[in-house]
Design a protein around this ligand. Structure first.
Ligand code: PLP
Length: 488
């Protein structure tokens, strides 16, 4: 565990009840879109200043579904084509500069394209190339470093992505416990594997996003509503019911709340889950794909002082380099990944030609060392606090129903409330489509003001976000919010 004065990025825990009330209020209120004249000016920005992006992504659409390969890049009115990244900024192919609050979806706490890590990775590449299929010492160095910061990770198995790591974690949990059920929190994203696309993004949505996945594949995956521990269909009741129906192998949580706390959880939620897992003999899996190293080198488990049985890693574990994933935890469970066929415990099968290649392992190792040296998670968290306070002031100044909150360097800026919609509402689908439109427009307006966000509602800060960067960003958001339609 780190010994610095402030080891974690979260300076205060947001008031969850108040946020839930604000989320509900936001979706009950009339929509607050950007005024049509202002929106037209933002769209003109794309037409006049982003011709290169438009041309190349339109050409790509012939060969790539949607014109871009990455879900996060499907932006309105068309995707931007990025040519350069450095620290707090991105530049598109037309030479426009943007403040980068997407941060590639979270892995770059040190800032984009951070030279001290890049240079070490290039040394490794020059020496042995990106992959050999045989052991490289950085595999050991990375696993030992993770263990130093997260003692619960007694052993670590590196994989190719967070999705693979989540798959591996639930498979190991089932193999180790001999039980079948996996309980997740509705709204949480644990990658796109067949068994975990259930209750994705919107709590209670079950198979809503599971197109192409047979129902039988998901028969042992269950969801609870965020924060529902004691309710009729809450965690406790479900664990009790499962006792006579295959038993619960594991409860998997995003420790700050589903979708990186798009639906925030109460401060004591995880400790209550831990206690119930112990009572029912279910394993507790922390999905730290986003929180791991970002909110502190000890992860969410260090922040909450909770020991999960298994931890899932992604993103930061390869320092913003490719093939970022892994699962770690209790040695007795982790050993099943190496168990021989027939010898007592059956092997939990995982693999991956490019998993744990020297490039990814070295990148993760050096990035975590740099985060340690610079205290990057805490610096990124302070930038998040400042951005949150600045946005809060702008929202209040214009009397808007929007709200913003952060857990250190993870911010949520709610202007449309898509993820707060209630799936049982008879008007869910029309509301979803009109609110999605607002989300798209907000994202486009922020980009035209020189700010890249994740889907117009989530922002990741990094160590590179100086006070000057935050001030520039707040000024850009102010111009967007100034153009929001007034309610008469
Ligand atoms: C909490 C969480 N788990 C798992 C994943 C999947 O990771 P990957 O995109 O590396 O497959 C993500 C990705 O955003 C995530 O946020």
């Amino acid at each position: 565990m780190t010994t610095t004065a402030q080891a974690y990025a979260i300076s205060h825990w947001p008031n969850t009840d108040e946020l839930v009330a604000r989320g509900r209020r936001l979706v009950a209120e009339p929509l607050r879109p950007i005024r049509r004249d202002a929106m037209q000016a933002y769209l003109d920005y794309f037409e006049t200043r982003c011709a290169g992006s438009k041309r190349s992504t339109a050409a790509a659409a012939k060969y790539i579904p949607g014109g871009v390969q990455h879900n996060l890049a499907f932006n309105y009115p068309f995707p931007l084509s990025i040519a350069r990244a450095d620290g707090a900024y991105l530049w598109d192919v037309d030479g426009n500069r943007y403040i980068d609050f997407l941060q590639a979806g979270g892995p770059t706490v040190l800032g984009s394209n951070y030279a001290p890590v890049r240079e070490r990775v290039i040394e490794v590449l020059n020496e042995c190339g990106p992959v050999t299929g045989l052991f490289h010492e950085y595999e050991y160095k990375l696993a030992a470093l993770i263990n130093r910061h997260m003692p619960s990770v007694e052993m670590f198995r590196m994989l190719g992505s967070g999705t693979e790591a989540c798959m591996a974690a639930i498979r190991a949990a089932r193999n180790f416990t001999g039980r079948s059920k996996i309980i997740k929190v509705g709204g949480a994203y644990h990658g796109w594997s067949d068994q975990l696309v259930f209750g994705t993004r919107i709590p209670g949505s079950g198979m809503f996003e599971a197109a192409g996945i047979p129902e039988s594949t998901l028969q042992h995956t269950q969801e609870i509503y965020p924060n529902d521990v004691d309710g009729e269909n809450g965690l406790h009741a479900l664990l009790e019911r499962n006792k006579n129906d295959g038993g619960t192998a594991a409860v998997i949580v995003e420790p700050l709340g589903p979708e990186s706390a798009s639906r925030p959880v109460q401060r004591d939620f995880n400790s209550r889950v831990r206690m119930l897992c112990d009572a029912y003999g279910a394993l507790l899996i922390f999905d730290e794909v986003v929180t791991g190293f970002r909110i502190g080198l000890g992860g969410a488990q260090g922040y909450f002082d909770i020991t999960p049985d298994l931890t899932v890693f992604g993103k930061c574990v390869a320092g913003g380099f490719p093939a970022a994933g892994g699962v770690g935890g209790r040695a007795d469970i982790m050993r099943t990944f190496a168990a021989g066929i027939g010898g007592g415990q059956q092997k939990t099968l995982v693999g991956g030609t490019l998993s744990a290649n020297p490039l990814s392992a070295a990148a993760g190792y050096f990035a975590i060392l740099e985060m340690e040296r610079t205290n990057a998670p805490v610096l990124a968290g302070r930038a998040g606090d400042k951005l949150c306070a600045g946005l809060q002031a702008v929202i209040e100044a214009f009397g808007l129903p929007f709200f913003v909150y952060n857990h250190g360097s993870i911010l949520h800026l709610e202007t449309h409330g898509v993820l707060w919609l209630d799936i049982s509402d008879a008007d869910f689908f029309p509301k979803l489509s009109e609110r999605r439109k607002i989300a798209e427009e907000m994202g486009a307006a922020y980009s035209a003001e020189g700010i890249i966000t994740l889907a117009g509602s989530r922002l990741y800060t990094s160590m590179a976000d100086t006070d000057e960067v935050i001030a520039q960003a707040v000024a850009g958001f102010r111009r967007v919010f100034e153009s929001v339609e007034r309610v008469h």
